[in-house]
Design a protein around this ligand. Structure first.
Ligand SMILES: Cc1ncc(COP(=O)(O)O)c(C=O)c1O
Length: 367
């Protein structure tokens, strides 16, 4: 007989806990971590200085409304700071949006290879994640719209998506929005927006500004290099920001994150350097890995998805073991329904060249 004990709400025990990218390779002295889409350039030196200065005042609570940070973000993007909310990473905001808008029996849509936090956040509320099929590793607006039912309350879309690196143009985003009932909240997760160099891309700002049911989430973890501090922000209609403010932790963003975030968003030159480095090496990696005979999904973000054959000795798992033994840590993406692929973050020149050389050696070996 099972003892009576507290039970989590329905859905919680169906969650497959998020497994972060590996960060070590046993027995290897020099490790290149290319498993979590972190920037190889690190944060702005000004952000590091601002972070260090906070150390003198650790006894003080942070500003619970992160006013100065919201103003700095507002200034950088030309947005009303009152329509911005900050979170402990954009993960925090994605979870808060789920908590604010989903309840038992509701449905939230995401795409086949969508970011794993979406089903986790959905199940945590007792709602049901609904998967809309992708086409060519890319979100398919028709499939997303076909998945809408009376129970749909939320649609999560990463644009560009992780781990595929693909995106859909703004016209398609607008078509998706147009096809959704006004009661459904469209969450545009633009964690990698800064890296996109395409004329038909828009992160979502314009749609948020002109509608009542769209939110855009952004992060300081990628181009700003502040992943360790956990900092993200969202821009939304006043009523959505109000709902999130009611349920978020009163001090959900810490003082060091606020200080570093303000400095980072102002250091445009550093962001530019990161964008330039990424553009150059993303193209190089796509081309060089392609030349080895491996398929690389065209990416507009700061990582590439590399597809491996099923042949024994040459699989994604074999490649992962081979690379890890050389201190090159990529990400297995089986949890994203991509068991035959590895995701590689764009790294330093040294790391990028080492991976291509190692893959060449790996493929040249007899199985
Ligand atoms: C698509 C997407 N959204 C959100 C996040 C979460 O970022 P944060 O570090 O701000 O929680 C990630 C992180 O990898 C991501 O890939």
């Amino acid at each position: 007989m099972t003892a009576v004990r507290p039970q989590p709400r329905p859905g919680v025990l169906n969650i497959q806990a998020y497994v972060p990218g590996k960060s070590s390779a046993p027995g290897v002295a020099k490790v290149f971590k290319l498993s979590s889409n972190e920037t190889p350039l690190g944060p702005s030196p000004q952000a590091v200085a601002a972070y260090n200065a906070v150390g003198a005042h650790l006894e003080d609570y942070p500003d619970g409304s992160a006013s100065e940070l919201r103003e700095a973000i507002g200034q950088a993007f030309g947005l009303d700071p009152d329509r911005i909310a900050c979170g402990a990473g954009s993960d925090d905001l994605l979870n808060l949006l789920a908590r604010a808008y989903l309840a038992d029996g509701d449905e939230a849509i995401h795409t086949t290879h969508g970011f794993l936090v979406y089903p986790i956040a959905t199940l945590g509320t007792g709602a049901k994640p609904i998967v809309a099929a992708e086409k060519n590793y890319t979100a398919d607006v028709d499939a997303m719209l076909a998945a809408v039912t009376k129970k749909t309350k939320l649609v999560f879309l990463a644009n560009p998506n992780n781990p595929t690196g693909t995106y859909i143009p703004f016209d398609e985003i607008k078509r998706l929005h147009k096809g959704l009932p006004p009661s459904v909240l469209l969450v545009l997760d633009a964690a990698y927006a800064e890296y996109v160099q395409r004329n038909d891309y828009e992160s979502g700002i314009e749609l948020v500004a002109t509608s009542e049911n769209v939110v855009m989430c952004r992060t300081f973890s990628k181009i700003h290099g502040l992943a360790a501090l956990r900092l993200g922000w969202m821009y939304g209609p006043a009523h959505v920001v109000d709902a999130v403010n009611r349920i978020r932790g009163p001090f959900n963003v810490n003082a060091a994150a606020i200080a570093a975030g303000i400095a980072a968003i102002k250091d445009v030159a550093h962001q530019e350097r990161s964008r330039e480095h990424n553009g150059r090496w993303l193209a190089w990696l796509t081309q060089e890995i392609g030349k080895l005979g491996l398929k690389v999904t065209p990416s507009v973000a700061n990582f590439v998805l590399i597809h491996f054959p099923e042949a024994k000795g040459h699989t994604a798992k074999d490649a992962d073991a081979f690379l890890t033994a050389r201190g090159l840590i990529l990400r297995q993406v089986g949890a994203y329904k991509l068991p035959d692929a590895l995701r590689m973050s764009v790294g330093t020149e040294e790391a990028n060249r080492l991976v291509v050389a190692a893959l060449k050696e790996f493929l040249g070996r007899a199985a």
